[in-house]
Design a protein around this ligand. Sequence first.
Ligand SMILES: Nc1ncnc2c1ncn2[C@@H]1O[C@H](COP(=O)(O)OP(=O)(O)OP(=O)(O)O)[C@@H](O)[C@H]1O
Ligand SMILES: [Mg+2]
Length: 911
Amino acid sequence: MRRSAAPSQLQGNSFKKVKFIPPGRSNPSPDEEITKMSPDVKLLQVAANKNTFLQLQNNTQICSLNLPTDGSAREINHGHNYNGKHCLKASVMATLDPPHTVHSAPKEITVPKRQEEEEPDSLVKYFSVVWCKASKKKHKKWEGDAVLIVKGKSFTLKDLEGKDIGRGLAYKFKELEKIEEGHRVMIGGKEVEVMGIISPDDFNSGRCFQLGGGSLAISSSSQAAKKCFSNPFKSVCKPSSKENRPNGFQDCKPRHDPHAQNSLVMSRPDNNHQWMFNKSCSPIVDVVIDPYLVYHLRPHQKEGILFLYECVMGMRVNGRCGAILADEMGLGKTLQCISLIWTLQCQGPYGGKPVIKKTLIVTPGSLVNNWRKEFQKWLGSERIKVFPVDQDHKVEEFIKSPFYSVLIISYEMLLRSLDQIKNVKFDLLICDEGHRLKNSAIKTTTALISLSCEKRIILTGTPVQNDLQEFFALIDFVNPGILGSLSSYRKIYEEPIILSRQPSASEEEKELGEKRAAELTCLTGLFILRRTQEVINKYLPPKIENVVFCRPGALQIELYRKLLNSQAVRFCLQGLLGNSPHLICIGALKKLCNHPCLLFNSIKGKECSSTWDENEERSLYEGLVNVFPADYNPLMFTEEESGKLQVLLKLLAVIRELRPTEKVVLVSNYTQTLNILQEVCRRHGYAFTRLDGQTPVSQRQQIVDGFNSKYSSDFIFLLSSKAGGVGLNLIGGSHLILYDIDWNPATDIQAMSRLWRDGQKHPVHIYRLLTTGTIEEKIYQRQISKQDLSGAVVDLTKTSEHIQFSVEELKNLFTLHESSHCVTHDLLDCECTGDKDHTGDSLEKVPISRNCQLGPHHQKSSSLKPLSMSQLKQWKHFSGDHLNLTDPFLERIRENVSFFFQNITNQSTVI
Ligand SMILES: Nc1ncnc2c1ncn2[C@@H]1O[C@H](COP(=O)(O)OP(=O)(O)OP(=O)(O)O)[C@@H](O)[C@H]1O
Ligand SMILES: [Mg+2]
């Protein structure tokens, strides 16, 4: 029989099929001593076998399937051990078994007429097989690899995409017991030859299927290894022996001293890597990070650079050069990338030859200049020439000039200049805020995929594992094909994982789902790194967060009542109208909370309209205008009309008085509200600057720089949270006031992270203003209590339109609690009356964070996840009437405040 047709046999059949080797590990080369592991490697191997990979990853440790070679991953004397770098799995070891015996007579196994023999339920066996259609031909052609599952008397045959391609029932139980390597059996019209036994663990984890898609990850290096099996001595480089060194490399020295104190030295390539990439047998030279940079790097950044280096060099997953750096916001992903670019542009492990020439950085428009500035900040203007594309600097200029090595471009501009960019050979591609590539159908993703660059890095501040399809898109972008095709990924990972999470899942389904999730995490964890903000907390000043419940003004209350009695709201509560009228009602209530004049403008705007939709809106506003004074002029609004505005003004005044040199970032989700706040600044003579959706991208960095500068006279930065808050550094401000609330906690978290980040010199005060008893409190409660928003935590695109409300929930939303000081506190089931400082005593331990959300404990990282109700209870809280407020800022605003919550992080940090 001809065996060469089966995919697993394509590379010759002198040996029986080599068992599956996950990416990152290739066949051992002859001189590689796989049995000699260092003790810590062994420890990690045990850990990995117990599926503790998730925890390892969470502890900011990095896992690699590569075996250490002498001198690999050395970080000399910088004082931070790079623990957990090597994670090995026992199953990873390739084994070469003796040639199998081919049995000549396949036995047809047929459906039994009587099932007399008892079958033990527990007996499930798994085999790797090759199959073909049954025929009497002498020279058969195997059609594919498959997995045979024998359970009791039944057989299932699955292809390597996980699809069932055959089923059958055994004739005799004894036949099953006899099945072993080399046997041939007939199943449902297919002839099957057993190639080997698969362990239950390999089946459950899905590893046995990876021969198809996943094997791509090892193919190149296995081929390299195979070459050396055929003639092990011919191609072995001995870089250390003088005669092997090509001329010109004799004096190859590292660019920086690897033995100097605090030096940061990259991993040396192992033998496989050398076989693949050091064809000219150049001497191995240490790649050492520029000490100028190392001096500034935080420990987690050193680890991050090492991780990125290993990824893009193809050292973590052989032949794969992609990485996802998903550190939380503010951890300095930019600096880590800059260090990598600078290193690879000047150095390389083979003869010191630089690894890259040109780098492409794609980033949101508002951050193009931030990247330029960060290059300048860390490397000055002489070392690297970067070319940020803007209106005055076109891609053509970059292409013509040999001068520049780094092109920084926005996603929008990339699409416009794709044809030109395709003509440039980029060696490294970095996609900042790259979670937008989670949709493989969008133009940006297809454009970037079309670039031939192999070394790809995605930077994102948000976890990437919430949605398994989006996860696939990101993984497939950085390391194309590593998870196989989308259809096989669905069968092997997505379906079992999702099934296992259904309440109705059987124990077996749960176990399978969990194992597949663990395997997926292990595989992808090799090139995804995420650290939480805790790693930099110690470098940051204290953060004082306050939730401030502001009493609504008399006009607000009257209008609110009237709105709730409107026909439109009544219809919503009866579930009568299908055209999402609740969104219009919610919008009107939110406007009213910000300021009644916003509602007035909407009423006036709709008075003369006639379309059906607007009629609906008109029914909401009916009779409202009569509540306003007859001569009401929205341009002449007063501050007393809005409870929050009164609090805001007092807050600004006290900040000015007590901290005259400090600045405020004032955030709203609405441009119209920003207009009001801007007018207030003008009235009170507060110098301000503003960034919203209308601000041209080219001006954004200038505005940010102006505000951050110590010479700036601006007191207030008016920021639209949805218009490009992502990635900005606003460390010039130390007070953040969130004037209104969004359904999506991620929006607020993003805004908060702009100030409390590296470089901040002052304690950061955050004030979230909510109107007591109104819809704002309800939105806040929903933010902190609803599990179903967990997806929204990381997805800034989720808005209220994506939220489904039951009639019950709408009833709750459309209720005004006039007599409560704080409905949120009432819900906490706290015994205190709010008349003195109170902190809930039943301290519930916050679970230790696990970054991976594929496992059964679906959790978010601890530092940036939205607060839960029980956590809020641990915050200090007190009513506005409380006598001794120690916080001078709160003391000054309490007249208009019914309740406070306060939490201080890093109280003891001395800066
Ligand atoms: N080692 C360091 N020492 C001092 N400042 C640093 C260091 N690393 C980074 N920073 C500064 O911290 C700020 C945040 O860094 P950066 O913008 O790279 O964060 P990020 O991880 O990209 O966050 P985001 O997800 O919000 O974009 C920048 O001003 C940067 O210059
Ligand atoms: Mg960033």
